[in-house]
Design a binder for this molecule. Structure first.
Ligand code: PMP
Length: 365
């Protein structure tokens, strides 16, 4: 099986941290052993983090392989720790996958615009060419064009940002069946969709990498934690090229606390978002100034305004009224569209009122 990673990456001798060499984990060792191996500050820390009744000592480096957190996240997804890479947001995994597999100026990544902007930005940053096979007019993937394109990595964002739709399982399988390409299935919004679980595909397709994030349904965007699920060989290589301490100690501790102890938060979020989304679609469909709301399985809606209204002007008007949304009107298939995140029921009600009585009214429909 093609490793996909570049030869110099495959032969890289990774950095080995002091604690790895002594096979002592900082968490278990603190207090029992005298740690003088990592040039840490043994006197303590200028800052401590209180977590419930305990205090997290920040003077020690965190576990580079996040063993405890991976057990909990592995259980959550029903996979082994060897199939799991954790990044400082899923953006970190995207960056490492591009840099690890694509030779600058030579190997290409493939995207289907409109889609999440970071794929192209990170490819550009690494000098990696981007092939764009745009979505079709019905927002589906152009599978034949993707299959015949020359690319090393294919990014499929499903559900897609900013269009909010999920791609068909059949189309995804068809793209995966071309084993010469590594397929990155970015499922940042999958928790909201509640569709068919894609994780079993990992058993079937060795060229599949799945990305999940704790920034959305778990509400931990500020923590920066993303998961990358793939076969152990791919995970092993990602671990060998990441920065040694990519997930900070507070990040690991707070994520453990949330994922182990507060799963109800995620399920409640999904419930509220889905009922609010339905309500907003119904209410906004009745507004004359809105011509289309794309069917969404995510926590946002892509809203198209009527021809006589400019989305960019509604955007500015909404800012004046205290609402910040995303102007996506310059993207293909998103002409005259704003992307609007689902807020709290109270925020949504205020936005609907502002749209109805001020933002759209200002354009005298
Ligand atoms: N993938 C998609 C499709 C996203 O929309 C985002 C963030 N907006 C991310 C990944 C990045 O998530 P993270 O916060 O985990 O870096």
């Amino acid at each position: 099986m093609n490793s996909f990673f570049l030869p110099h990456i495959q032969s890289l001798k990774p950095y080995s941290s002091a604690r790895e060499e002594s096979s002592v984990s900082s968490g278990t060792a603190a207090g029992k052993l005298t740690l003088l191996d990592a040039n840490e500050n043994s006197l303590g820390s200028a800052s401590d983090l209180r977590l419930g009744t305990s205090t997290l000592e920040l003077n020690r480096y965190p576990d580079p392989l996040q063993v405890e957190l991976k057990k909990v996240i592995g259980d959550l997804y029903g996979i082994e720790s060897e199939q799991l890479f954790l990044g400082n947001g899923s953006d970190e995994a995207i960056d490492l996958l591009i840099r690890g597999t694509c030779a600058p100026g030579k190997d290409k990544i493939l995207i289907s615009s409109p889609t999440y902007g970071i794929y192209k930005v990170l490819a550009d940053l690494s000098g990696v060419p981007v092939v764009d096979v745009p979505l079709r007019a019905d927002y589906s993937l152009d599978v034949p064009a993707i299959r015949s394109a020359e690319a090393k990595l294919v990014f499929i964002c499903s559900p897609n940002n900013p269009t909010g739709n999920e791609f068909s399982r059949e189309d995804i399988r068809s793209i995966l069946s071309d084993q010469s390409k590594l397929v990155i299935l970015d499922e940042a919004y999958a928790d909201f969709a509640g569709g068919e679980d894609s994780l079993p595909l990992l058993q079937e397709f060795k060229n599949l990498v799945i990305l999940r994030t704790f920034s959305k349904s778990w509400g931990m965007a500020g923590l920066r934690l993303g998961a990358c699920l793939a076969r152990p060989e791919i995970i092993k290589t990602l671990n060998s090229i990441k920065l040694p301490y990519n997930i900070s100690a507070p990040n690991q501790a707070l994520a453990l606390q949330a994922i182990d102890g507060n799963r109800a938060f995620q399920s409640e979020t999904i419930k509220v978002v889905s009922s609010e989304r339905e309500k907003l679609v119904e209410e906004w469909s009745r507004l004359d100034g809105i011509s289309e709301i794309l069917p969404s399985v995510t926590n946002f809606l892509l809203v198209r305004f009527a021809d006589q209204i400019r989305a960019s002007e509604v955007y500015t008007k909404l800012i004046e009224l205290g609402f910040v949304v995303r102007d996506r009107s310059n993207l293909p298939l998103c002409e005259n569209c704003l992307r609007i995140s689902i807020g709290t029921p109270e925020e949504n009600a205020r936005l609907t009122e502002a749209l109805e009585t001020k933002a759209l009214e200002a354009f005298s429909i």
